[in-house]
Design a binder for this molecule. Structure first.
Ligand code: G3P
Length: 194
């Protein structure tokens, strides 16, 4: 299983890449706002810490397709290669995913709650799909089960899109996701250390 750290905290990212075998950093608007300051400057600082070869995943904040596509292009221009655009799944999200894939921009389809959403995102051209494990558990659904369904569906159909499992509250959830076939996971700093 490949691992990301799920934070915009610069100290946590410095420590993360120093000690742990991380392939990148995932952020979202909530994580960026939690750090205060200008989110653009925070993202530039993250890229400087992790270097050009690790992945940096950044979510668009616009809600209309054309603006989301423009914002995605601006993010990639700012942060360089190995920058992936997080797009929330939904009708507009799928439309934007297809457009970005056509432009050669990597997409992480986020806020995935079902295997059906994951299949649609994969077929739209997403590089990753991000099921929210703990949030599924919180609504009495089965986060690990959804990861398993997605991983099996992709394997059966030879789909190259990877499962980037997100929303973790414990290391136990991470190992269960790994056993269920999750390809990658993004962990908050405390879960990574745990
Ligand atoms: O980055 C998105 C995902 O990790 C959300 O996590 O903790 O807000 O459910 P959480």
């Amino acid at each position: 299983m490949k691992l990301f750290i799920d934070t915009a905290n610069l100290d946590a990212i410095r420590e993360g890449v120093k000690y742990y075998p991380l392939i990148g950093v995932t952020t979202n608007p909530t994580l960026l706002s939690r750090e205060g300051g200008d989110p653009v400057e925070t993202l530039k600082a993250i890229r400087a810490i992790i270097g050009p070869d690790r992945e940096l995943h950044v979510q668009v904040t616009e809600t209309e397709a054309d603006k989301m596509i423009e914002e995605a292009q601006a993010i990639v221009a700012l942060l360089g290669k190995n920058t992936f655009i997080k797009v929330p799944v939904g009708e507009v999200g799928l439309q934007v995913t297809a457009a970005l894939a056509e432009l050669g921009i990597g997409v992480t389809e986020t806020a995935i709650f079902t295997a059906g959403q994951a299949m649609l995102a994969a077929r739209a051209g997403a590089s990753y799909v991000a099921p929210y494990v703990n949030r599924l558990d919180n609504i009495l659904a089965d986060g690990v089960g959804v990861v398993s369904d997605i991983a099996q569906t992709f394997a059966v159909h030879g789909i190259g899109t990877e499962v980037l499992a997100a929303s973790f509250k414990s290391p136990e959830q991470v190992i269960r996701v790994a056993l269920a076939g999750g390809h990658t996971a993004t962990l908050p700093p405390d879960v990574l250390k745990g």
